[in-house]
Design a protein around this ligand. Structure first.
Ligand code: ADP
Ligand code: ADP
Ligand code: ZN
Length: 215
């Protein structure tokens, strides 16, 4: 089963994607993570996109479609969770064509609904484990021991350069201008489900499970 998690920055896409990976052995494809990896390994592309990302603008369709194409070719089985992709209609079309080529289809698109006010608090308190990628929050999902990952024990905690209020505002602008039309698009295609992203993390997971059971 291949699914998209759709929602604004901070909606909880990454958090839910990790749970699906653990529970179902699905493969998480996060274009945000791929781009950050390219940045930190200092590739030409990474250097080119760094400024764009820090500003909160979208990276070009060409770059992210290329990244997804590469990953799809290299991975098999389990099903894909697209997290943070597609973000434009052009990316949605490209995804359909890529899946088609592999003889696969998109089974469900889950829109995670949250209100904008909650996003500022979520984004400004977010940090992740640099070793295993577990996602935390200062107030909403703290580690059991300060500074130490519950999952792997690492103390290498990271905060993103773009997780500040100014960049978030720009990311929201990009979301409403370019990404939110995908909601109507997938609704019309009959693949859209909606979940309340403001609920507790485990309740959101239950709602995601229920939506996938119906897909
Ligand atoms: P968030 O978790 O806040 O939704 P991501 O980690 O998905 O953010 O993305 C971080 C940044 O990476 C975006 O603001 C954008 O600059 C870039 N990016 C990630 N995915 C895409 C995409 N599919 N298309 C264009 N830019 C992207
Ligand atoms: P996205 O990938 O959509 O940008 P994340 O999964 O990274 O979102 O979540 C953003 C922040 O909000 C993180 O700090 C995470 O711990 C927290 N968070 C995620 N889901 C919830 C939830 N249902 N309730 C409270 N906080 C949450
Ligand atoms: Zn960890």
């Amino acid at each position: 089963m291949n699914i998209i998690l759709l929602g604004p920055p901070g909606a909880g896409k990454g958090t839910q994607a990790r749970k699906l990976v653990d529970e179902r052995g699905m493969i998480q494809l996060s274009t945000g993570d791929m781009l950050r990896e390219a940045r930190s390994s200092g590739t030409e592309m990474g250097k080119r996109v760094a400024e764009v990302m820090d500003r909160g603008d979208l990276v070009t369709d060409e770059i992210v479609i290329g990244l997804i194409e590469e990953k799809l070719a290299g991975e098999q089985g389990g099903g894909f969770i697209f997290d943070g992709f597609p973000r434009t209609l052009a990316q949605a079309d490209a995804l359909e064509a890529l899946l088609d080529k592999l003889g696969q289809k998109l089974d469900a698109v889950i829109e995670m609904r949250v209100d904008d006010e909650a996003l500022v608090a979520r984004i400004t308190g977010r940090f992740t484990c640099g070793n295993c990628g577990e996602v935390y929050h200062d107030a909403l999902k703290p580690t059991a021991e300060p500074g130490k990952c519950d999952v792997c024990g690492s103390t290498d905690m990271k905060r993103r350069a773009d997780d500040n209020e100014e960049s978030l505002r720009q990311r929201l602008m990009e979301y409403y201008k370019k990404t939110s039309p995908l909601i109507g698009y997938y609704y019309a295609k009959g693949t859209l489900s909606r979940v309340d992203g403001l609920a507790e993390i485990d309740e959101v997971s239950d709602a995601v499970r229920a939506a996938l059971a119906k897909a």
